[in-house]
Ligand binder design. Structure first.
Ligand code: SF4
Length: 81
């Protein structure tokens, strides 16, 4: 099992749902277009998809974090390297 999961910063998110299009395995949208993350771990086979959603979010509101972290800290993504 992977030690990564996806979290959303609701104060930064502007809706519209690009993240759900890029990573539908863990993110769906509510009726207003804001993301709902299922909270499950991200399998290593899907980690690239999660990191792509993180890097493509126009408001930097998606974060891929390690499960043990109490305070979300972003995992390095291509956009931040
Ligand atoms: S891509 Fe970013 S701004 Fe857009 S809905 Fe997802 S978290 Fe919010």
């Amino acid at each position: 099992m992977s030690r990564f999961r996806v979290v959303v910063d609701p104060t930064s998110c502007a809706g519209r749902g690009l993240c759900a299009e890029l990573f539908p395995e863990r993110i769906r949208l509510d009726r207003w277009g804001y993301p709902i993350v299922d909270g499950e771990s991200v399998p290593l086979s899907l980690l690239d998809h999660a990191l792509r959603a993180e890097s493509m979010c126009p408001h930097l509101a998606i974060h891929v974090v390690e499960q043990e972290q109490e305070v979300p800290r972003p995992v390095a993504s291509p956009r931040r390297r």
